[in-house]
Design a protein around this ligand. Structure first.
Ligand SMILES: C[C@@]1(CC(=O)O)C2=NC(=C\c3[nH]c(c(CCC(=O)O)c3CC(=O)O)Cc3[nH]c(c(CC(=O)O)c3CCC(=O)O)/C=C3\N/C(=C\2)[C@@H](CCC(=O)O)[C@]3(C)CC(=O)O)/[C@H]1CCC(=O)O
Ligand SMILES: NC(=O)c1ccc[n+]([C@@H]2O[C@H](COP(=O)([O-])OP(=O)(O)OC[C@H]3O[C@@H](n4cnc5c(N)ncnc54)[C@H](O)[C@@H]3O)[C@@H](O)[C@H]2O)c1
Length: 161
């Protein structure tokens, strides 16, 4: 089968860029594995679009503790188990253990679940954009992991428009 891929050339070499798909996630069950700084940042972004967020992690940062108290996430305070993937459609592997993240990736691929692996961008089915929301207008900015700092700067400029 012919497969056309989109790549750009950056200082580090060839970089594949992804199609910006705007998806209705309001009815999708999303699992975030890990409850640290990165998980909290991603959950904050997801919560602009859905309320169905499940979190599993033994150690929970204050921001996510607060969300649990407010009933805004469903939290399981323990290590990840494969059965956590049941009925989930989108998974974020955001633990600080690379082996656990890789195990989650493999388990998701076996089940056809879309997965983002926070420490392995080459394994991600999708990336996290930087988001600007102005009423009904959503702007997602992404550089496929090549320049997250630049992406943040652009987000700030757009926010001032
Ligand atoms: C949009 C945002 C969403 C979020 O994460 O919530 C996001 N990163 C954000 C911020 C940020 N990330 C990093 C810094 C310090 C950088 C600096 O200071 O220069 C800052 C700035 C800060 O923290 O202030 C470090 C970093 N990030 C990645 C790598 C490469 C790697 O890991 O290989 C490195 C290490 C690079 C290095 O240092 O070498 C990779 C990814 N980061 C992504 C998303 C995905 C692609 C994004 C894209 O490129 O467009 C991807 C692939 C992860 C994924 O989707 O899984 C959020 C901005 C929110 C906002 O708008 O403010
Ligand atoms: N892509 C990016 O933008 C970016 C930037 C910085 C860090 N990272 C990566 O994101 C990951 C998380 O970073 P952080 O700063 O949020 O880490 P953190 O140390 O703040 O949190 C780690 C979380 O993982 C949980 N955890 C550990 N083992 C687990 C298991 N077996 N099951 C469930 N949960 C488990 C811990 O309980 C904790 O909640 C790291 O892999 C880091 O390399 C990505």
């Amino acid at each position: 089968m012919y497969c056309k891929r989109t790549a750009v050339y950056v200082a580090g070499g060839k970089l594949e860029v992804y199609f910006p798909l705007f998806v209705d996630i309001s009815e999708k069950k999303i699992l975030v594995v890990g409850a640290g700084k990165i998980a909290a940042r991603r959950i904050a972004a997801l919560q602009m679009f859905t309320e169905q967020i499940f979190v599993v992690a033994p150690d929970v940062c204050p921001a996510i503790e607060k969300l649990e108290k407010e009933g805004k996430v469903i939290l399981s305070r323990r290590e990840f188990r494969e059965s956590d993937l049941e009925e989930k459609e989108i998974v974020l592997a955001a633990t600080n253990n690379p082996e656990v993240n890789f195990y989650i990736w493999k388990a998701c691929k076996k089940r056809g679940i879309l997965v983002n692996v926070s420490d392995r961008k080459e394994l991600c089915d999708f990336y996290f954009p930087s988001i600007v929301k102005k009423e009904e207008i959503i702007i997602g900015i992404n550089s496929s992991g090549a320049s997250p700092g630049k992406v943040k700067e652009i987000r700030k400029k757009i926010e001032k428009l």
